[in-house]
Design a binder for this molecule. Sequence first.
Ligand code: FES
Length: 151
Amino acid sequence: MEENEQSARGLHFVGKKDELIEAKRSFRSIEDRDILIIYHQGVFYAMDSYCYHAGGMLNNGDIEEINGKLCIICPKHKYKLTLAKGECLYKGNNPKEKPPVPRWYSKGVKQRTHTVTENNGEIYVKLSDNPNWIESDYYQGEKGKIERAKA
Ligand code: FES
């Protein structure tokens, strides 16, 4: 693919596949957005690198399967974010159940995720074009950057 064609399609080259596989977690800044690229069990994922909750750095988070979904666990307060969609999962009880059984629920999409594609051993990220506010956007903005620095 020609370079012009890539940028016209919003694709940003982020590295060679082999290198990103070896690194497992890679940090990139794309159009002023700080992104974490994760390679896990044969699949690449990309998401905003600061946790929507309080700006924790996700790059050192463990990955676990929760309720059938792979999640990164934020090292700061252990929030669980699905790699594929950025949903935040939590365990709760439904008080209407007798006796209540703890189950996993979703708070919805809180972390912005991005699209990763491969072409000839090269990896590209396309930033999410979802026009809606997603909570992790906060820590990518100027105010969020100041708060992250204070934390
Ligand atoms: Fe990630 Fe609080 S900052 S769980």
